[in-house]
Design a protein around this ligand. Structure first.
Ligand SMILES: Cc1ncc(COP(=O)(O)O)c(C=O)c1O
Length: 424
């Protein structure tokens, strides 16, 4: 296998050298016989855990009866059944669905729908967002320059406004949450006066919890302000739930924390437990102007992926995984807050459900110099962690939603040991 690694594209970075043999639940087993507690969930994908038996069974049965049913050519049962299930877990108004394969494709679909339905060309995104790596979504992504550098020029018609990232603005300017939110809202209005007029702005798109940009929940109330802003200017509100959806934050979707109804919701990752599937859910009235045939894709809504997604939704509901995410998230935050007292280099502990961040800083400045070593040490001790954030100074905590209290305690123990070695 080491010999074969020479064929792997060098454009990919790797968080570890592990060659996986198999995985189940929250554990990854390597081919050399080691076991790791997986607190990455494959970047927020394996919400139901690795190889949940019900998901595996659904995949196996579906694969044996229909591997592919092209969505422009036929309807298939797994696709329709999944739409029925999604309609149950989403607000009644979001009753139409379009399926694709990756998160970026879902965001592309959302923007295309927003453009056609409003007849307006531009979109507003937030500073620090990650919406994907295709040419359009790369232009919408501002979490790190590495995702865009040397690929310019990017797609035009994308305007960036500050995200209400309280810890960031507090560290630099001493602002509190209210001041940060006011600033973000003022800047949104200023954008409409200075760069993109309302008449040419189709939508504002937000990750209710900034993902790659640092695991920053939008302060409560901000989503409602955004809803009002969009309504006032005749724009659509798109909630990018690709990382925050499917129980991750303690609710089925993160927008539910604020009781706000978006016009379009993008879904992927946790949707199908690792099988490739993404999509958008939207208000049907938006599609009055969405010309039939103007959007599509060969593989979208693959029946095996749809079967996995339906089984996954059943698991999330039956095993009350959103509730577990809320409870285990609390336990995790409590443990991390204790560690923060011991290690002031942990500047902030924040999150919702099992989308939790520890942000490292020294003297008010981002501290990332020890994070590589910290993750390496944790891995050596059996815990897989990922970082995120524009400055690479955030450890993000995204275990599978099936994680137990014992596993959270085990993860915290390993992390405490790694902290001691690196920052003790
Ligand atoms: C919020 C958000 N949107 C979009 C994407 C892009 O998804 P994909 O990598 O499946 O294209 C991601 C991926 O991390 C994401 O976190």
């Amino acid at each position: 296998m080491d010999e074969l690694k020479k064929h792997v594209s060098t454009v990919l970075t790797h968080a570890s050298d592990i060659l996986v043999d198999h995985a189940e639940g929250c554990r990854i087993h390597s081919s050399d016989g080691n076991t790791f507690l997986d607190f990455t969930s494959g970047i927020g994908v394996t919400n139901t855990g690795h190889c949940h038996p019900k998901v595996v069974k659904a995949v196996q049965e579906q694969a044996a009866s229909l591997l592919f049913g092209q969505q422009n050519i036929v309807y298939h049962k797994p696709g329709l059944e999944l739409m029925g299930k999604l309609a149950e877990v989403l607000p009644d108004e979001l009753s139409h669905f379009f399926f694709s394969n990756s998160g970026a494709e879902a965001v592309e679909g959302a923007v295309k729908l927003a453009k056609m339905s409003t007849g307006r060309p531009n979109v507003i995104v937030f500073q620090g967002s990650f919406h994907g790596r295709t040419h359009l979504t790369m232009g919408m992504t501002t979490s790190k320059t590495i995702y865009r550098a040397k690929y310019q020029p990017l797609t035009p018609g994308i305007f960036v406004s500050p995200f209400p990232y309280t810890y960031y603005y507090r560290s630099r300017y001493g602002w509190n949450e209210e001041e940060t939110v006011r600033f973000a809202l003022d800047e949104l209005e200023r954008l409409l006066k200075s760069q993109t007029s309302p008449e040419e702005t189709a939508a504002v798109i937000i990750e209710p919890i900034l993902g790659e940009g640092g695991y920053v929940p939008a302060p409560h109330g901000f989503m409602q302000e955004l809803r009002d802003f969009a309504d006032k200017h005749g724009m659509l509100l798109i909630s990018d739930e690709i990382q925050s959806g499917f129980g991750r934050t303690g609710k089925f979707f993160a927008f539910e924390h604020d009781g706000v109804l978006p016009d379009i919701v993008t879904i992927a990752k946790g949707l199908a437990s690792g099988m490739p599937l993404s999509g958008i859910a939207y208000k049907p009235e938006l599609a009055k102007n969405w010309d039939p045939g103007s959007h599509g894709g060969t593989y979208g809504g693959n029946p095996v992926s749809c079967a996995a997604a339906s089984a996954g939704i059943d698991v999330i509901r039956e095993e009350r995984l959103a509730e577990n995410a809320a409870a285990r998230g609390e336990q995790l935050m409590e443990g991390l807050l204790k560690l923060q007292k011991e290690y002031p280099v942990i500047g902030d502990v924040r999150g919702r459900g099992l989308m939790v961040a520890t942000e490292f800083s020294k003297a008010g400045k981002p501290e990332s110099s020890g994070l590589g070593e910290l993750k390496k040490q944790a891995l050596a001790d059996g815990l897989m962690l990922l970082s995120c954030g524009t400055f690479g100074n955030v450890i993000r905590w995204i275990p599978p939603l099936i994680v137990s209290a014992d596993e959270i305690a085990e993860g915290l123990d390993i992390f405490a040991g790694a902290l001691k070695k690196v920052y003790g």
